[in-house]
Write a protein that binds this ligand. Sequence first.
Ligand code: ZN
Length: 131
Amino acid sequence: MRSPGRSWREHPQRYRLEAAKCTGCGRILYPPRVVCPDCGGREFETVTLPRKGTIVTYTVIDVPPTGFQGQAPLVLALVELENGVRTMVQVADVPDMDRLAVGMPVKLEFRRISEDGEAGLIFYGHKAVPA
Ligand SMILES: [Zn+2]
């Protein structure tokens, strides 16, 4: 088993699904930011995002970029989680592309995202899979 790549260690919120909740207005930011875009607040508490959500919109990429070869067709979706937070993720394990639809329930799982064979790096992150 190979060790996780750099991005895994440098961005813990990416694998723990941690977001920042503004203590001023309550807005949840994912990924976390330094300043709240709504109220300008700089105080946040860490919250864990729910793993379940639904697809708001999606796009199918027939010719994936470097590092994603072999994953065609690549599906990217904007997923709205149960608490209203929206995040752009890759959708995996779709058994039948005809089932892909707006409103489809999904859950986020921590998966290998891509691999740079030459540099020996593996990138991890969350993918949405049919719930
Ligand atoms: Zn705020």
